[in-house]
Design a protein around this ligand. Structure first.
Ligand code: GDP
Ligand code: IMO
Ligand code: MG
Length: 429
């Protein structure tokens, strides 16, 4: 019963939350290992929608352990709000929800810096979620970060906050011309958070390893998407963490040999929120139709998502970067009645055709997609429960995608609901 990584194969919002929730029925532990509340993972169970930003998407299954790992950045206010709303709907998580002492805290100044840096960038802004993610990870790398374990040790927290806030206030006032933040106000607020979150403190590394040793199945829930990876994504239009499967090792404290499979989540078309290159983007009525039918609005910020055709050049790259062993394809139901479907099979860059995804954003910005056209389908596939019930043209579309990426599809999701899921093969095999 080994460990599996769930990873977004595009630019986020592929439906990772839905698939993690679905797969949790066959798991014991779910771990978020990177990112923060820039993520918005949507679960629909018995018709009820739950959006999770920090808590692992296994939480709606009784008895499943859910862990926030050391590689994450944690906004305590958002986490408490999330716990409150789960409690309000009767979800019992006491004794099975844990937070690593090594998770870094998002502090009030991180959100201010996020916004200030974005406005400083002007036209070259990244289009961040404004949740303070980048500045919190920067502080981690700069060794200014404050961790969850520090928060629970009051004398230590007081000392760390005083030292960091002096520096942050100097930057805020002298560089950005802003008002300084009050030490007392932050301290009071964060000590309240500490009291509320204390019961969930855990040695997450030990817990994960105990589960692995007991041969329990551990699912590592990726956030964002492969092309938002800090190293291999469309830099600088990326997030500030390692979104690829390899991020599990640092973000949860496991060695690579523990990972037995990587399940890549692929939307049947492509979406992106925020700025940055997007070769197959549709700026016409078809893009609008996908946005409307797919309800493509950010689960975190509500921003309209940019929509386009599926891009197998990009997906091949993501498969390489992640070592993807099988894929779950989501939202093909949105493509019904769209008419002919297009798959990007190559790029033309400066008159030359290539099947390689360029590492440099400046080159990617020049890329013109080369499309292959396939017939679509008219049927509503959202009630299909087996592969054989899918229209032939949908099967052909999926098989062509498998062929172009070189990775098999194990799951087809045909709607947001947990039950709207076709298992074609065992994704854990
Ligand atoms: P995540 O960030 O990868 O977890 O994805 P989001 O939750 O941000 O966005 C995916 C959206 O699509 C959510 O609103 C889901 O409820 C929805 N969704 C997931 N799978 C399907 C599917 O197969 N069909 C349709 N129509 N919606 C889906
Ligand atoms: P899930 O887990 C889609 C994008 C932002 C922006 C860039 C940097 O729901 O798939 P950040 O706030 O992280 O510094 O923003 O990354 N972004 C996401 N886009 N889904 C997400 O998460 C995202 N998390 C960050 O829109 O372009
Ligand atoms: Mg999302």
């Amino acid at each position: 019963m080994p460990a599996y990584v769930i990873v977004g194969m595009q630019w986020g919002d592929e439906g990772k939350g839905k698939i993690v929730d679905y797969l949790t029925s066959e798991a014991d532990v779910v771990v978020r290992h990177h990112g923060g509340n820039n993520a918005g993972h949507t679960l629909v169970v018995n018709g009820r929608k739950t959006v999770l930003h920090l808590i692992p998407s296994g939480i709606l299954h009784d008895g499943i352990e859910c862990i926030i790992g050391n590689g994450t950045v944690l906004d305590p206010a958002v986490l408490i709000q999330e716990l409150d709303s789960l409690e309000a709907v009767g979800c019992r998580f006491q004794g099975r929800f844990f937070i690593s002492d090594g998770a870094h805290l998002i502090m009030p100044y991180h959100k201010i810096f996020d916004e200030a840096q974005e406005s400083f960038r002007g036209k070259k802004k990244i289009g961040t979620t404004g949740r303070g993610i980048g500045p919190a990870y920067a502080d981690k790398a700069d060794r200014f970060g404050i961790r969850f374990g520090d928060l629970l040790d009051t004398p230590l927290f007081k000392e760390k906050l005083a030292a960091v806030l002096d520096y942050k206030n100097a930057v805020l006032t002298k560089l950005f011309g802003r008002e300084p933040l009050s030490y007392d106000a932050i301290l009071e607020q964060y000590l309240k958070y500490a009291d509320r979150l204390r019961p969930y403190l855990a040695d997450a590394v030990k817990m994960v390893h105990e589960a692995l040793e007991a041969r329990e199945r551990v699912v590592f829930e990726g956030a964002q998407g492969s092309m938002l990876d800090l190293d291999h994504g469309t830099f600088p239009y990326v997030t500030s963490s390692t979104t690829l499967s390899g991020g599990v090792c640092a973000g949860a404290g496991v060695g690579p040999k523990e990972v037995n499979g990587v399940i890549g989540i692929v939307k049947a078309y492509t979406t992106r929120v925020g700025e940055g290159p997007f070769p197959t983007e549709l700026l016409d009525g078809t893009g609008e139709l996908l946005r409307k039918r797919g309800v493509e609005f950010g689960a975190t910020t509500g921003r309209p998502r940019r929509c386009g055709w599926i891009d197998c050049v990009q997906l091949r790259r993501a498969a390489l970067l992640n070592g993807t062993t099988n894929m779950a394809i989501t939202k093909p139901d949105v493509l019904g009645t769209v008419g002919k479907l297009r798959i990007c099979t190559a790029y033309e860059i400066n008159g030359e055709r290539t099947q390689d995804f360029p590492g440099q954003v400046s080159r990617l910005q020049q890329a013109k997609p080369v499309f292959e056209e396939l017939p679509g389908w008219e049927e509503d596939i959202s009630t299909c429960t087996q592969w054989s019930q899918l229209p032939k043209s949908a099967q052909v579309y999926f098989e062509r995608i498998e062929e172009l990426i070189g990775v098999p599809i194990s799951i087809v999701s045909v709607g947001p609901g947990r039950e709207q899921t076709i298992q074609r093969r065992d994704p854990f095999s």
